[in-house]
Ligand binder design. Sequence first.
Ligand code: NAD
Length: 441
Amino acid sequence: MCAETPADMRHPNHVLDELGFRYDPNNLFQQTANALLEAAEILDLPHHLRLILAQPKTEVMMHFPVRLDNGDYRLFKGYRVQHNNILGPYKGGMRFHPSVSLDDIKSLAVLMTLKCSLAQLPLGGAKGGVQVDPRSLSRDELRRLTRRFTAALDGNIGVDHDIPAPDMGTNAQIMAWMADTYMNFNDHMGKHQARAIVTGKPIEFGGSHGREKATGQGLVYTLERCLPDVGIPMDQMTYSLIGFGNVGSWAARLLAERGSKLITVMDHTGAILNTHGIDAADLANYVVKHAGVAGYPKADAIDEKTFYETQVDVFIPAALEQMVHEHNASWLNCKVLAEAANAPCTPAAERILLDRGVLILPAILCNSGGVTVSYFEWKQNRQAETWDLEKVDRQLKKHIYTAADKSLQATRRFNVDLRTGSYIAALENIGKVYDMRGIFP
Ligand code: NAD
């Protein structure tokens, strides 16, 4: 006989109960799946599709040894989660970070499925990574780790099956090592075809113009499309940033070209403020030399609370997940929160912000520039073409504007917040394709 689950352990969405999840409100995967299921409910998506989409199709976990420079061996844990491929091959970043966990990777894979659908890409959702602090390794150790991880992934990735990309802690160099390793194992395929195994590669090795800045560029196009609705001119906009890595620093440099003013920045080393504006290009040079914003001489050091409380038009988290939570959400003093990072707000924080009338621009829209230009890179590799930057930016803008318009339309049609609207727009597309293809057999 099946024991009944106590009421306080029951999930707000019965689909997750049906799948046997023990309710944990702090679990990132459950938060993400729940948001998807809420949108599915409003859209009246068939029950079997809700079951399918509430779980990834495949979860791979591997342990592999790497020789360190001092001759010792260390065992690392790596993941690849493939959520859904109804729209096309799996696509998603590889993260190297000490806090990488299976549930977080599952959550990010779900977001990739929704993001690819909203951005009108013929790709599915995946995510992966290694539990490691890449800053603690030498260049040689990082190269050996990347090669060994790629070998361990084996047939789980493939040019037409699953195509990784950079994410936190990984970059174009790491993508080049991944591609080279894969090409050595798959020489039956033409070399130019095989390098399409990853995107975000260096330009000289099959990368795309505009890929490095793509996520920041996509964020700028999202703001350009959505801010007029709330009466914030970009050339007068003030903003705060959490994270000054790839996404944050590119967004800041591109926003400087539009005349927006960066007031505060926080990263893993500290927080800084300058009410007259921080020069993004100058700060980017400083961060390359000093590995963080702490000690930047042209701004004042501030504590975390002051960082969150500083009044700005737009608050942009571009670092880890769940950094805006119920304890600091009420400190925020902004009109718009633009999610450059994936899942930077907990559901509790989101409720606080929505109640206060803050417009939240969801991650599946704001940071879809990265995967969109990754798709362009994959397409260029497959067709042996090279697009110039002007073409990349023009196409990217088209995808982002359409994604923003679809999200805004669904938001109005169903009278929901913009996150729910964007999820509905993404799910509607996926639902139609399932309806046409049916469930095998
Ligand atoms: P990155 O590794 O280049 O930079 C990460 C930044 O986060 C760094 O500035 C780091 O100092 C900061 N950070 C780390 N821990 C922090 C902490 N505890 N407090 C404050 N700051 C902290 O990573 P990235 O590629 O810029 O990715 C940032 C976010 O954007 C991630 O959520 C990632 O999933 C998302 N994203 C990235 C891309 C891409 O193309 N790189 C695409 C889509 C989404």
